[in-house]
Design a binder for this molecule. Structure first.
Ligand code: DCP
Length: 567
């Protein structure tokens, strides 16, 4: 094994993608589903007056025409069931398929069990990784450089080589190159070549790789990384009961690409020399950031379909057509490390949001109806707020209500909120209602959103502010000293002023911070205006999008085309 040159080498990056994740979570709840063709269906919810599904309700309902499938077990995929089919369609192609309904709460799909399961995976991975970056509910990029170096220092090269080769596909093997020709939509649906492999099928190319790695420290670190990923995957399965697939490379783009080549319950190593082989015929839409409109524009501008074809376009032409993203585009198509950022360590969520759409006849026609749904949205949001407090000791300091009217007018109103560590649903609801009233007379609401943002550490929240100023609440302080509250009456105006000044200062700071966010013009607290070019004609924050880190966003539901953010 060649000597390590710490720091001079690229990082060892892994990518983990859970297998048929919502199905896996349901199987953990009900082992009767194990090994059977099954799918998770999401039905339309939120008929006012219709009770939510309770946990004890029968969740094995067959699908009506409206329900859409959002997750499919590999057994059901093999029998022709695909995502986006209705429950009824799935039953037609596979009568034995078991359909499990997404739980509902507060009048809408309740994805909390899936989010919690995804978080549990991240927590487990974090114990052995230098950085964990949650990319979606079931995908995590991990920096495993430290763990790989540790293995290289503590285990014999032969042992590592044997462990990696027994568990890992090579990205330039015939099987992998074949799998890479599948388009993004087929890959997402679960293409027909997806199946667990016998380990004997992995041998293709490993002998040569181990021979070459003898003089290549980058390759050795990645081989050790493959062993780390194998061990992490085993740990996820034995601890949480979920299988997952993995990829290993020198950057997130390649690690994710490798990860998607062989599923379920498999892993793929993408060594630097394999990148050009793999990328040559790779459909462009398989690359992160090119699955949507931008990818379409690139394809039609140059008449190309694959990454290899894009690299044949003269560089100046690409840079001329795409002056801002041309360099990145070419690096991406070449599998260059510069196309991907380093794995960012676990991001704390910047906001918690919850929303619901009301199309057609369902649109909300009165403030009373808006209030009702704000109450429903509050329930789930309050639960997630409490989790933030417990897990991260952070509390939100701003509440925002957003409404889209059927003339496509978008209104947002926000105001500070002091929830501290024990905020109640009632507090959230009252503030939300106050915001909704500030939006004026509303009718024909087709979407309603409620969010809590500007998370601050608990110490900086209101309860601690008074502590900071050396005061406790009037009653509590008096009680401790055995005084009656009225005996402190004289001090009251001074304290009220002090706390008032303190909150005013906190509000000023908040406004200052908010005004520094892109898309907002600086303006006094009492008079937020939308930034120029924002979509909103009215409202505090205009069209500035709420911040949703990848890990906190909800899937758009059945049939949704989710464009993936560049890595
Ligand atoms: N999901 C959703 N709506 C979509 C797509 C997915 O709600 N339009 C949910 C259900 C999936 C989960 O997100 O289980 C993860 O999505 P993936 O695309 O990673 O697919 P799976 O994990 O289900 O399957 P695979 O094993 O192919 O990754």
């Amino acid at each position: 094994m060649p000597p390590l040159q710490r720091g001079a080498l690229p990082p060892v990056v892994g990518f983990i993608d859970m297998d048929c994740f919502y199905v896996a979570v349901e199987r953990a709840r009900d082992p009767r589903l194990l090994g059977k063709p099954c799918a998770v269906v999401q039905y339309p919810t939120g008929q006012r007056g219709r009770p939510d599904l309770r946990p004890e309700d029968d969740r094995w309902r067959t699908g009506g025409p409206m329900g859409g499938i959002i997750a499919v077990s590999y057994e059901a995929r093999a029998r022709g069931v695909t995502r986006q089919m209705s429950g009824a369609e799935a039953k037609k192609v596979c009568p034995e398929v078991i359909l499990v309904q997404v739980p509902t709460a507060f009048g809408k799909a309740d994805l909390q069990i899936y989010k919690d399961a995804g978080d549990a995976v991240v927590d487990l991975l974090a114990s052995r990784c230098d950085a964990t970056e949650k990319r979606s509910v079931d995908e995590v990029a991990i920096d495993i450089t430290g763990a790989a170096e540790h293995l290289l220092a503590s285990r014999a090269a032969a042992e590592l080589g044997a462990a990696a080769s027994a568990a890992t596909h090579l990205a330039d093997s015939a099987l992998s190159v074949d799998a890479a020709k599948v388009t993004r939509s087929s890959a997402r649906q679960g293409h027909d070549k997806q199946q667990s492999r016998d380990t004997s099928e992995l041998a293709d190319g490993w002998e040569e790789v181990l021979r070459r790695a003898a003089s290549d420290p980058v390759a050795w670190r990645l081989i050790a990384g493959a062993v780390v990923v194998k061990e992490l995957r085993q740990q996820v399965e034995s601890t949480l009961g979920f299988t997952c697939s993995g990829g290993v490379a020198t950057n997130k783009v390649l690690a994710k690409l490798g990860c998607g080549l062989h599923k379920p319950n498999q892993q793929t190593l993408l060594l630097p020399h394999a990148a050009p082989v793999l990328l040559k015929d790779l459909p462009l839409d398989r690359l992160p950031g090119l699955g949507g409109d931008f990818g379409q524009a690139v394809k039609s501008r140059f008449g190309v379909q694959s990454a290899g074809e894009l690299l044949q376009v003269p560089r100046p032409d690409v840079l001329k057509q795409f002056p801002q993203r041309g360099e990145w585009l070419l690096a991406l198509a070449a599998g260059d490390d510069s196309a991907a950022e380093a794995v960012k360590d676990r991001q704390l969520v910047k906001s918690l949001s919850n929303g619901k759409t009301f199309f057609g006849e369902k649109r909300l026609r009165s403030l009373e109806e808006v209030d009702y749904w704000l109450g429903e949205l509050t329930g789930e949001l309050h639960r997630r707020y409490l989790q933030q407090v417990e897990k991260h000791q952070r509390t939100p300091s701003t509440l925002q209500v957003s409404l889209t009217l059927d003339q496509k007018e978008h209104l947002t109103r926000q105001q500070p909120i002091q929830l501290g560590s024990q905020g109640t649903p009632e507090q959230i609801l009252q503030t939300a209602k106050a915001c909704a009233r500030r939006a004026g007379a509303v009718s024909g609401v087709i979407s309603l959103g409620l969010s809590l943002s500007n998370m601050i550490p608990l110490e900086a929240s209101s309860a601690s502010l008074s502590k900071f100023f050396g005061r406790k609440s009037e009653g509590a302080a008096s009680k401790e000293k055995g005084e009656k509250p009225q005996e402190k009456a004289k001090a009251k105006p001074k304290e009220a002023n002090l706390l008032g000044a303190c909150f005013a200062r906190a509000a000023d700071l908040l406004v200052h911070r908010l005004n520094q966010r892109p898309g907002l013009e600086s303006c006094p607290a009492s008079e937020f205006r939308p930034a120029k070019g924002s979509r909103s004609g009215r409202g505090c924050f205009g069209g500035a999008p709420a911040e949703h880190p990848a890990g906190d966003s909800e899937r758009a539901g059945p049939g949704a085309q989710v464009e993936e953010a560049p890595l």
